[in-house]
Write a protein that binds this ligand. Structure first.
Ligand code: TRP
Length: 461
């Protein structure tokens, strides 16, 4: 008995030592800075590019409704669990599980997260490259006066060449690496703070112009009126995948950012603000895009090119369209940047803390190897869609499932509560939160998976 006790004591002090060892880590400097960084991670191409095209492919209103349900019932609790794991362990996603559950295989979640970061970033960088290309097209006024058909051709030409898409992707990876190399507060925090509010402003303006187009109503009906007959197993899974992708969940981004949050900050409030901001921008992007889709006679299910064909069409019909196009694509590049740096940070934190690399070296290694992987995703290849769909629809929900199970069943009520109340305020939602992470969220994710495999019969194809 005594032996066991001393062993526990030893493990405790070991854990303490690890935590102390990490206390001089860098972190976010201000509340606004940390929310901007986390919201900057969540808000990105997932909102403006992926949400509209996935919603378009999956029937609009019904998809949106299921998506919103998932954000509330699963997204927010997974995000909060990640923040708790990160801040408590003060580590990268791999090391976090070593600290919190020494000698247990939970660190495999962290490993899966690092793999997912590689996969996501390598197609994300390609799409981000397209946004840089479009910024160039906007500057050179090459999008003006074009019909939807012509804009379709422009999208095809600018994404299927060999040289330019790769050049733009490399340029984008270089910019991401540059920011991450500069560190957490001087890189990530600083850039996120000014740019997110600007994006909001532009997207609201675009939405207003779009809903005042002739024939806009049909788009709003498509987006907001659920047609329940369109719900299939695939729609449910895609909605789950999109909610994880958009909120940056399931692979350790929020845990890594959580490890940079000071003890005095409320994690609950952070999770709510970030999820609200992200959802608002996705809906606004939908409001900007779908009315235009119908007004211009574009097919809503036309896939990843949707935004790139629709928005230039709106600019063409706007007073000052040239300036707006310029502004918009600048901001889209920036939104992509504040997201990609969060993905890169997961890998860099892992390389530098676990493999003991210096931060700049870790950054160049991570960015370099992703760039090579991304070469195979450029030209919009099969690998592109494989990475896109597998990461969102499989790896992220699976990671999220394991993360809530870890926080709900293995971390202990007390340590979870301590983390939630570290700002000195009582977490009144605590009991409810525990029920959600122990039962509701894991069962919901598992049900979607099982249903996809055809093992549950509730939604028929
Ligand atoms: N959420 C970001 C977007 O909407 C993309 C992103 C950043 C992401 N970090 C992530 C997606 C982690 C999944 C996991 O564009």
């Amino acid at each position: 008995m005594r032996e066991i006790q001393s062993e526990v004591c030893f493990l405790d002090s070991l854990q303490h030592f690890f935590i102390m060892d990490q206390l001089n880590r860098e972190g976010f400097n201000s509340r606004f800075g940390l929310i901007a960084a986390a919201a900057g991670s969540a808000i990105g191409l997932g909102n403006v590019w992926r949400f509209p095209y996935v919603a378009g492919e999956n029937g609009g209103g019904a998809f949106l409704l299921i998506y919103l349900g998932f954000v509330m019932a699963i997204g927010v609790p997974v995000m909060l669990s990640e923040l708790i794991i990160g801040r408590k362990s003060q580590r990268n996603i791999f090391g976090a599980f070593h600290v919190l559950a020494p000698g247990k295989p939970w660190y495999l979640i962290g490993l899966m997260g690092v793999v997912a970061a590689f996969m996501i970033l390598s197609f994300y960088a390609v799409v981000a490259g397209w946004t840089i290309e479009y910024l160039y097209l906007a500057i050179s006024n090459s999008l003006a006066g074009k019909s939807s058909l012509e804009l379709n051709q422009v999208f095809f030409d600018s994404t299927s060449g060999t040289f330019r898409p790769i050049l733009m992707m490399v340029l984008f990876m270089f910019m991401s690496a540059f920011i991450v190399k500069s560190g957490v507060s001087k890189g990530i925090e600083k850039y996120s703070k000014m740019l997110m509010p600007l994006l909001l402003f532009i997207i609201v303006l675009l939405g207003i112009r779009s809903i005042t187009l002739d024939g806009a109503m049909e788009g709003l009906v498509f987006l907001f009126k659920p047609d329940f007959s369109r719900i299939t197993t695939k729609v449910v899974l895609e909605a789950l995948g999109q909610s994880f992708f958009s909120l940056s969940l399931g692979m350790g981004v929020m845990a890594t950012y959580g490890s940079y949050i000071k003890k005095g900050e409320s994690l609950g409030r952070t999770a709510i603000y970030v999820s609200l901001a992200d959802t608002m921008i996705a809906i606004l992007a939908g409001v900007a895009i779908f009315p235009a889709v119908f007004a211009f006679g574009i097919e809503p299910a036309s896939g990843p090119g949707l935004v790139f064909v629709t928005l230039p069409g709106i600019f063409n019909q706007m007073f000052g369209g040239y300036i707006f196009a310029l502004f918009f694509f600048t901001l889209l590049v920036i939104a992509a940047l504040t997201s990609s740096i969060s993905l890169l940070e997961v890998i860099v934190a892992y390389f530098s803390e676990e493999l003991k690399m210096k931060r700049p070296i870790a950054t160049w290694w991570a960015a370099g190897s992703i760039t090579i992987l991304a070469l195979f995703c450029a030209n919009y290849s099969t690998l592109f869609s494989f990475f896109d769909k597998t990461s969102s629809n499989v790896l992220l929900p699976l990671g999220g499932l394991l993360i809530v199970v870890f926080a709900g069943w293995f971390m202990g009520r007390k340590s979870v509560r301590n983390e939630l109340e570290a700002d000195g305020k009582m977490a009144r939602y605590f009991r409810f939160f525990v029920i959600v992470i122990k039962f509701i969220a894991p069962i919901a994710i598992a049900a979607v998976f099982l249903n996809q495999l055809g093992l549950l019969g509730w939604v028929k194809l």
